[in-house]
Design a protein around this ligand. Sequence first.
Ligand SMILES: Nc1ncnc2c1ncn2[C@@H]1O[C@H](COP(=O)(O)OP(=O)(O)OP(=O)(O)O)[C@@H](O)[C@H]1O
Ligand SMILES: [Mg+2]
Length: 244
Amino acid sequence: MSSVVEINNLHKAYGKTRALVGVSLDIDFGIFGLLGPNGAGKTTLLKVLLGLLKPDLGDVKLFGYDYSSQSLAIRNRIGYLGEDQRFYEYMKGDKYLEYIGLLKGLGKEEVQSQTEHLLKEVSLSKSRDKKIKEYSQGMKRRLGLAQALMGNPNIIMLDEPTSNLDPLGRQDFLNIIKEIGKNKTTIILSSNVLGEVELVCDTLALLNQGKVAYKGKWSDLKQSFPGKNLQDIFVEIISGENDE
Ligand SMILES: Nc1ncnc2c1ncn2[C@@H]1O[C@H](COP(=O)(O)OP(=O)(O)OP(=O)(O)O)[C@@H](O)[C@H]1O
Ligand SMILES: [Mg+2]
C-alpha cells in the first residue's frame, strides 16, 4: 500500500540558495518528526507539501493525489500551523475558530460543535471569551493548533509549534499532539529540538542543508550511536554532512 505522503526527489532553490536538494521521503499514519537546524529546508518542504510552493523538480503525492490535478481534494484534508501564524488579535478565541470553520466551508452547526470540541481539546474552554491579544504565547499556539484541526483534516502540519514556549508550555502542547496522534491522523511536526521530537514521534527525518541526513525510526537512530545523548547525535550527523 502506498504511504499517506510520498515525496520524490524534490529540488527547490531560491535564486542561488538551494533549499531542497533531492529530498525523498515516505510518511505514514502517526506522528512524524521533521528535524533540522535553522535553514535546513523544513519550512520549504512543508510549503511544497501544502501546495504553496512549486518544486523545481520532483513531486509530492498526498493520499495518492497530486496538486496538478487534485489540489482541492488535498487541501480539504490538510491542516496547517505555520511558524509565524498571525491571528486577528481583536477576535475572541471561540469566534476565531468559528470564523476558520466557516472559511473551511463547514456548515454552521458543524462549526459550533467542532469549536466546542476543539476548545476542550486544546484546553482553552475557560479562555474562549478572551480576546486573542490577551492570550499568552502558549495559548496562541494552542489556538493555532485548534484552527489546524478544524474540519478534521487527515494530515496536520505543524511548523516549529513549540518554539519560544517555556518548558511547561512545550510539555502541554506535546501532550495534546500525542493524544491527537492516537487517532488515524498523520501529524508532521517540525522542530530543531531533538529531545522534544523524541517524546512524541516514532519516525523522523533529519534535514540538513536541504538534504535528508537521516530517515527512519528513533530506536534505530539511537542504536547506531550507542551511549550518545540526542544533542551529540544531532551535532554529529549535521557536522559529518557539512564536512563533505
Ligand atoms: N523566500 C525565500 N527567499 C530566499 N531564500 C529563502 C526563502 N525562504 C527560505 N530561504 C532559504 O532557503 C533555505 C531553507 O530555508 P527554510 O526556511 O526552508 O529552512 P528551515 O529549516 O525552515 O529553517 P528555520 O529552522 O530557521 O525555520 C535557507 O537557506 C533560507 O535562507
Ligand atoms: Mg522554518
